[in-house]
Design a binder for this molecule. Structure first.
Ligand code: MRU
Length: 366
């Protein structure tokens, strides 16, 4: 995507060929700032503090974190320790585990003298693969939007939750990939953007991205979606997912489940866009997934920009109010109309997923 006319990815190798530059998402939408990551600790902190976030981007950042660790010490023990550090940063998005497992296999396959080179090569591939996957998701979701556009005059109204745009990936986005693709193809698309409390990834990040690309959008409070669906003002919902189970259950930002319930009650198609590495083939259903529990301050406070341009955090609740802050929820497959992947659109079921990833059927049989 372009920022101020300059093409950039949410994470990119710096000119020194060793460190990486990230877009610091904690500054958005108020400040566009980049930050340099040079060590394993930098990468782990960037993921933990949500300077980078979104399942695919977490995986890509962890891959570079492992590169930094290998540069410091290429021994198998140091690699194992680095993987444990990175794995502990965020529990729900499976891309982290996938990227680290994949990196480790590649790195340990060569002798110690060649591990740095192998690590950087694979991390770069993971980033490029993510971009290609998201382009394919955009292409595969385009038909859905263009067929909706043909049904009636006026814009296609898409509702999305959280941020599953280019900021959540290396580039291109998952849930927003079909939206960008359709917009670029001249289809009239409008996006209802759930603010996505408590961290406001919708109000802050999705709104910023869509504005930068010129896609018409409107931010709504998280509670408004059901009302809009009842009024017939939503043609379809598209969200991302942090982990997709083998049976088609999806785990995404807290509040996704409520949108799927409202969509089902109102006959609104509810699609989930996902790259293959987000599928946890070992998870039979959403019942087994770890749900991240985050700090209560995210709920009891809010951060924004004052009229004088200062970014301030204010308290919303009485001091000492108990708060519970689960970061994700599970939407059962029965509420999901379809899964938009890089290989096509499938039914949200074990059979649907296996029809797109037949190698998994063979792997399970063997
Ligand atoms: O807590 P976050 O901001 O990392 O949560 C992100 C989401 O829930 C996204 O929808 C998900 O990672 C899919 S991103 C392509």
């Amino acid at each position: 995507m372009k920022v101020d006319g300059v093409p950039r990815r949410s994470i990119q190798l710096a000119a020194d060929g060793e460190t990486v530059e990230i877009v610091d998402q904690t500054g958005l939408p108020h400040r566009f700032e980049t930050r340099r990551l040079a060590t394993l600790e930098d990468a782990a902190a960037a993921i933990r503090d949500m300077r980078v976030r979104g399942a695919p981007l977490i995986g890509a950042t962890a891959a570079y974190g492992l590169c930094f660790a290998v540069r410091r010490d290429p021994s198998a023990k140091a690699i194992e320790d680095a993987c444990s550090t990175l794995l502990a940063t965020r529990p729900t998005a499976v891309n982290l585990r996938w990227a680290l497992g994949d990196m480790k296999t590649r790195i340990l396959a060569v002798d110690e003298g060649r591990r740095v080179e192998a690590a950087y090569a694979r991390a770069a591939e993971i980033c490029d693969e993510d971009v290609a996957i998201n382009a394919a998701i955009g292409e595969n979701g385009l038909d859905l939007l263009s067929s909706m556009a043909d049904r009636r005059p006026g814009p296609v109204d898409v509702l999305t939750h959280c941020n599953a745009g280019w900021l959540a990936t290396v580039d291109g986005g998952t849930a927003l990939a079909p939206v960008y693709r359709a917009h670029d193809a001249g289809i009239d698309v409008h996006v209802w953007v759930d603010e996505t409390r408590p961290r406001n990834q919708g109000a802050g990040l999705t709104a910023w991205e869509l504005a930068a690309h010129g896609v018409p959008h409107t931010v709504i409070v998280d509670n408004a979606g059901g009302h809009l669906m009842r009024e017939g003002r939503v043609d379809l919902c598209i969200t991302g997912t942090d982990r997709t189970c083998a049976n088609g259950d999806v785990c995404n930002k807290i509040g996704t489940y409520l949108k799927a319930l409202a969509a089902s009650d109102n006959g609104v198609p509810f699609y989930v866009a996902l790259p293959g590495p987000t599928i946890d083939w070992a998870a039979e259903s959403g019942a087994v997934l770890p749900i991240e529990e985050r700090a209560g301050e995210e709920v009891s406070t809010a951060t924004g920009e004052t009229e004088t341009g200062e970014v301030r955090t204010v308290r919303l609740t009485p001091p000492g109010t108990p708060v519970f802050n689960p970061g994700f929820d599970v939407t059962p497959a029965r509420l999901v109309t379809g899964l938009i992947t890089e290989r096509g659109v499938a039914e949200a079921s074990a059979e649907g997923l296996l029809s797109l990833y037949p190698e998994r059927r063979r792997a399970a049989a063997g």
